[in-house]
Design a protein around this ligand. Structure first.
Ligand SMILES: [Zn+2]
Length: 308
């Protein structure tokens, strides 16, 4: 098994890199997940080559996601996808809307069916999407939103040379090999008072760090995730840019989902036991996990302003 010479995020030496899992879903022989003691990043090593990464996303991503998702994930049609993500859109909007300027230009990288952008467009924002996987981009354009296959294509379009007030991406950054370059490009695309808002999964959530569920361990380490961020590793990465930032924790999945993992060893099950447990317990459970630092989601805001 090839060992990393140093941490790809903080450059700490090999003796503080340890193996987390030799089982990588969809991976090839010799690939493993490592942890860096210094910055707390967990990462796939060796990572995918540019060719392997392009192939995964261009041809295989939707099929791959459908296989891994529960049946209610709505990958069949754009309309089904929007419907299946209505609860998630509401959760994101609750955080986002109080932080957005009253008007402005919004870019979402990895907008899928556009379930965030359609709502923002209806509120008067000038919206643009980037969606590499192809299936949804025609639909997003059909709904009147400019949509590009890649950031490169967008950057070559002079219509968007003035930049954006807001750049969004949800569950994209954990897939991106060149993560520093990815964020750096976004910072350069911001207008003077612009913000970047993004989410990634939290590597130290309850399913990973509290319950020790074997089936989840097999599920979570996956070839399409280059990075598994925690608050500490995200802070380390963001400090390198010298910009103001905030990191918030949230809990997306409910107690019913966690019980489904424990009982059946599979994802899904949202709301399965809520009638019996009551919504108050579900809500309290989410707050308790966040308070314990074991929420499943990191929501990050980066401002186009240097650190004080
Ligand atoms: Zn490190």
């Amino acid at each position: 098994m090839p060992l990393p010479a140093q941490c790809p995020i903080c450059s700490a030496e090999h003796h503080v890199q340890s193996v987390v899992s030799r089982h990588v879903y969809g991976g090839k022989k010799g690939q493993a997940i490592f942890h860096c003691e210094q910055c707390d990043i967990r990462y796939l090593h060796p990572g995918l080559s540019h060719e392997e990464e392009a192939k995964l996303y261009a041809e295989e991503f939707e099929k791959f996601m459908e296989k891994r998702s529960s049946h209610d994930a709505g990958w069949e049609t754009p309309e089904a996808h929007i419907e299946a993500n209505a609860r998630e859109a509401a959760r994101r909007s609750a955080f986002l809307l109080s932080r957005l300027p009253a008007r402005g230009k919004v870019l979402e990288i990895g907008c899928s069916s556009g379930f965030m952008l359609h709502e923002l467009k209806a509120k008067g924002y000038d919206c643009v999407g980037v969606e590499p996987s192809g299936v949804f981009s025609d639909y997003v354009k059909h709904r009147g939103i400019a949509c590009f296959n890649s950031l490169d294509d967008l950057l070559f379009d002079p219509a968007h040379a003035d930049g954006f007030d807001v750049v969004l991406h949800y569950y994209v950054m954990e897939h991106i090999s060149e993560v520093t370059e990815f964020l750096d490009r976004q910072i350069h695309m911001l207008k003077p008072s612009g913000i970047i808002v993004f989410e990634v999964p939290n590597a130290t959530d309850a399913l990973s760090s509290l319950y020790d569920i074997a089936a989840y361990e097999k599920f979570i380490w996956v070839v399409s995730h280059r990075w598994y961020f925690s608050t500490r590793s995200m802070e380390h990465l963001l400090r390198g840019f010298g910009m103001e930032f905030e990191i918030h924790m949230d809990q997306r999945y409910d107690l019913s989902n966690h019980l489904t993992w424990a009982i059946d060893g599979r994802p899904g099950g949202h709301g399965r036991f809520t009638n019996e447990l009551g919504q108050d317990l579900e809500d309290h459970y989410k707050r308790a996990l966040v308070a314990a630092g074991k929420g499943d989601t990191l929501t990050v805001v980066v401002r186009n302003a240097p650190c004080p």
